[in-house]
Every structure is written in C-alpha cells, then in structure tokens.
Design a protein around this ligand. Structure first.
Ligand SMILES: [Zn+2]
Length: 170
C-alpha cells in the first residue's frame, strides 16, 4: 500500500482489527520512509457497479466518494462515525442488492437522502439542497416544513451548506 504522504511503497501494517459487525477489517499502517501513519479498510465487494450520471457519463462506483459527500453533509454534526460507516455500508449493500451493474446517480442520491433523513435533519437538508439543486427559497421552506411536520422536538435546521457541499456521485 502506497504511503499517501510521500508516495513510498515501503509501508507496514502495525495493527489489524475487525469492525464491530465484522464486515470490515481496519488496518493501521506506518510508512518506513517518512513515518506517516494512515488507516486502510478492507471490505467485501459483491459486485462492480457503474454509476450513470445525469449527463450520461459513466464512472466506476466509488464508496470513498460516497462517504466523502455524506461526511460533507454531516460536517460538525453530532453523529457517531461508526453510525456513518454503517449507514454508508447499508447504502452500498442496498445498491448491490438491486442486482444491476449500472446504477443511476439519482438512485444513489435518493438512498443517501433516505438514510440522512433518518440520521440527521440538518445533514439531510444540506444534502438535499445540493442534490435537488434548489434555486428558490420556497423550495427550502417546503422542505423545512416537511421536516417540522415529522419532528417536533428539534429546532429548525440551520441554513443549508450551499455551494460547499458535495453531491452524491455527481
Ligand atoms: Zn511516507
């Protein structure tokens, strides 16, 4: 495994341990050339999937990219990283179970929105605002109204992240 800091391939595994649900092996590695430490995850991949973007462009499905857009939506939100891992794994399994090798980016976006809605309202609004590409304030208001109707306890979510948030596979 190549060192992400200096590019050396002279890296060693210091520690391996399975995740709580034993679907992942986490390995801590150290670079013998620069001393950099990093972590890799080993997972079962049931099938190779291709994402079809709205433009028609095809790209290989990338779990890390999905994770990054989810993490951007969840930035500074009080959500346990382990739950985020499980959520992303769940989305990937659902995609795999669809049995199709070609997956529309809209399908991924829809699953992410469903999962975020269950996990964190603020992250959901952030993601949805980018994913649905809302341009008008009334769209946000409609969405916030929808959330308020389903959850009385929380204060209204903060302003959506806007341009800084990423979209899923798009
Ligand atoms: Zn290095």
């Amino acid at each position: 495994m190549r060192c992400p800091y200096c590019g050396s391939t002279n890296t060693q595994v210091k520690d391996s341990r399975p995740s709580e649900d034993h679907t992942t092996i986490r390995r801590r590695r150290i670079c013998a050339d620069c001393g950099g430490r990093f972590t890799t995850f080993e997972r079962v991949q049931l099938r190779e999937m291709t994402v079809i973007k709205r433009s028609g462009r095809r790209t290989q499905f990338d779990r890390d990219k999905l994770m990054r857009s989810v993490q951007i939506a969840l930035r500074k939100r009080p959500v346990d990283p382990e739950r985020i891992e499980r959520m992303v794994s769940g989305i990937v399994r659902r995609l795999e179970n669809m049995g199709e090798n070609d997956i529309k980016s809209e399908t991924i976006g829809r699953l992410v929105m469903e999962a975020l809605k269950a996990l964190d309202d603020v992250a959901y609004v952030r993601f949805a605002s980018v994913y649905k590409n809302f341009r008008e304030a009334k769209d946000f208001e409609a969405l916030l109204g929808e959330l308020a109707a389903t959850d009385d306890e929380d204060a209204p979510p903060a302003k959506p992240a806007g341009k800084t948030a990423a979209s899923a596979e798009d």
